[in-house]
Design a protein around this ligand. Sequence first.
Ligand code: CU
Length: 445
Amino acid sequence: MNRRYSMLSIAAVVAVAGILFASTYSQTQMTATRMSLATQDSDLIQQIRDMGGLQLQMPSAFAQIPLDQVDTMASQGRHVVDVKLTAQSVDLPIMGGGKYHAMTFSGQVPAPTVRVTQGDIIRMTLTVPSTEPTPHGNDMHASQMSAVPNFGAVKPGESKTFAYIAEVPGTFKYHCSGVNVAAMDQHVLSGMYGLTIVDPLNGYNPLLVEKTKVENGQVALDKQRVSADAKEFVLEYNQLYLTADGSYDQTAMFLHNTTQTVVNGFAFGYVPNADINKLVKGDPNQNIFVAQPWNSADLKQYQSHPLFVDTGVHYRIFVENQGNMPLFFHIVGEIIDRVTQGNRVQAQGTETWLVGGSQGAIMDIVFDNPGAYVAVNHDYAAIFTGAATVFVAGDPFKLGYGPGDMPNPSDAVPPLGLNSIPQKEVVHCLCTDDRAAEIANEIGG
Ligand SMILES: [Cu+2]
């Protein structure tokens, strides 16, 4: 095939693609230029060159909404959720003392959890203050739109807005796209990641749990139906790759040589703190769990805190793997009653569920018996570098608290959704003091 013929073939494919797109998408959904097959060859090639190549032949977006149409669509019945994020580079503490150079959305790691219902319009604005040392971007996995130009770099002193319909239910990460992809690894692994929960339009399905009972002297199935309404948690897994001075270490990342494994930004952030040790053991230094990394009084919002759960209650845990190592999600002493991805059940009654990088899943569970249960990444390297989260079910230590009495860390509790049961919260976040004060204000703490 000579070069001229090859170019013509490409031109023909482009032209056909343009016509196909034009017939498939409405005018507002695409900006591709139609091209006629009858165009003179040389003109056609020149046109393609003038347009900058194949890229401009792509529809600008599937489900992307021109910003000037959002209000009209809202008046027609779509619900609009505004997401406003500010890029902020800041030093934050790490387990073991010291700080690392974090990059954040809005002063917290992970970024604020976005919660919408399937069919809602998300209108996202990212602002990069002029004080930022680098541009940033935001790639939202809940969207279905062309990365170019939506996820491109926003320069210091500028902001960018895009809008789309959240068409698919499930959990979806969002993350900084770096400087047009360059340094994206540094920005994400330094803290610029968050979660979007898209609730199914018709709500979640009731949970069916299979038990057994003895009937007339024989073991029989005892199928139990649990309401879709649940208390909820968010657990986002990631890794830190750091040099001794707390800078991002790309060489370590390439080698998968993890410095710490973090859950919602913390290594071992959800283990009993000194106050709880004192309650349980009568001694702040005696721990029911060996790791005790976040206890100093000056750590304020960083102090570790277990997740308190009630027995016999439906819990829905939104799990997202934000990092680049596999997550073998497992709760020691429990069986995961149901795993859902999108709005499709993937497993029922499973011991462990593999969540790959940039993948999420919804874990439904009912804790049957009082006790301590530790959710881990069942990769031993991950467990011992931070991926251990203590659930305390019921009142195993006979301290006298009842169901719902004990508050939970605010960063592990998502905004309320369609089938949420509210729960008490206490300020807990890997965040700036300003952001902690805002969260305290939001939750009335
Ligand atoms: Cu960034």
